[in-house]
Design a protein around this ligand. Structure first.
Ligand code: NDP
Length: 277
């Protein structure tokens, strides 16, 4: 069994991005990410702080704009429009969840050319039509991890458990674009174990601590655990790592697997938006 070390790869990519930013700075281009944080959700506060920290580490300017949870929608719309028109802002991120307002509508007001998260209908549609522009950070991180580990997806049976718009759905489309044979499962799927056992590569994003045990896994499968479940200040994946590890050929841990890749892929998306401008 091989442990897929997302932290190691993310650090390597961070070094590459740092160099890219230095080269852009030499041309007087200063990559800038605008983050809109609405309300005071503690998890969102942590996510935004981590994104700011990583931006600073790489040399990207992060501008965080905070708005109250009970504010007017028009204020958010005006802020998005202001950033859309600001040449110095290369990427705009609306931290999810957005309390009390129509998140999808607001996400779609972000210019696709500044949609660093890749959550807009336009960018998701481009992935769906095999014309990827910006791929959401978690799916991109998973695909990058597989590439870096020399795990070819073409022709492989990939089973994804979870069909959210931020992980499972765009990931299924992106893997299809790379010639995998993709099955997507969810809470209404019947005989889940029978399906997951067909997977050469099993990717789990459901948000249930240690849900996947060895009886869901084929011998020598590659297992990617996306889940982040915080219990008593500890992080757990959706896969019962100790139970599954000896059956898998390779497995990503939690923490230290997909998580570190997600944040670095967000910044990689920002640099792509700067370079595509
Ligand atoms: P969502 O809650 O949006 O989606 C969960 C998905 O899992 C749904 O499609 C749901 O099915 C499915 N599901 C739930 N229970 C079961 C079950 N018993 N059997 C099969 N399918 C099930 O979650 P997210 O996609 O946002 O996140 C999933 C997990 O990944 C979470 O733990 C989250 O914290 C983590 N995450 C980690 C990231 C990282 O960087 N590592 C980034 C993003 C998320 P249905 O559609 O039918 O309801």
């Amino acid at each position: 069994m091989h442990i897929i070390d997302g932290k190691f790869w993310a650090n390597k990519i961070a070094e590459e991005l740092k160099l890219k930013v230095q080269n852009l700075n030499k041309k007087s281009i200063f990559p800038t990410l605008a983050i809109i944080l609405i309300g005071d959700n503690p998890s969102s506060e942590i996510y935004v702080r981590n994104k700011e920290k990583k931006c600073t580490e790489i040399g990207i300017k992060a501008m965080v704009k905070r708005l109250p949870a009970d504010g007017e929608e028009q204020k958010v719309i005006d802020l998005i429009k202001k950033f859309n028109n600001d040449e110095k802002v290369h990427g705009i991120l609306l931290q999810s969840p957005v309390p009390n307002l129509d998140e999808k509508k607001l996400m779609n007001l972000i210019s696709p050319k500044k949609d660093v998260d890749g959550f807009s209908t336009v960018n998701l549609g481009l992935v769906a039509s095999n014309d990827e522009h910006i791929l959401a950070a978690t799916p991109k991180g998973i695909i990058k991890l597989l590439e870096l580990e020399n795990i070819d997806v073409a022709g492989k049976n990939v089973v994804i458990v979870g069909r959210s718009n931020i992980v499972g759905r765009p990931l299924a489309l992106a893997l299809l674009n790379r010639d995998a044979t993709v099955t997507i499962a969810h809470s209404k799927t019947v005989n889940l174990k029978e399906i997951t056992k067909t997977a050469d590569i099993l990717i789990v994003a459901i948000g249930k601590k240690h849900f996947i045990t060895e009886d869901y896994v084929k011998d020598d499968a590659v297992v990617i655990d996306v889940g982040i479940n915080r219990v008593d200040n500890h992080l757990y994946g959706d896969v019962d790592f100790d139970n599954v590890k000896n059956k898998a050929k390779a497995i990503s841990p939690v923490p230290g697997g997909v998580g570190p890749m997600t944040i670095i892929m967000l910044l990689s998306n920002l640099i792509s938006l700067v370079e595509d401008k």
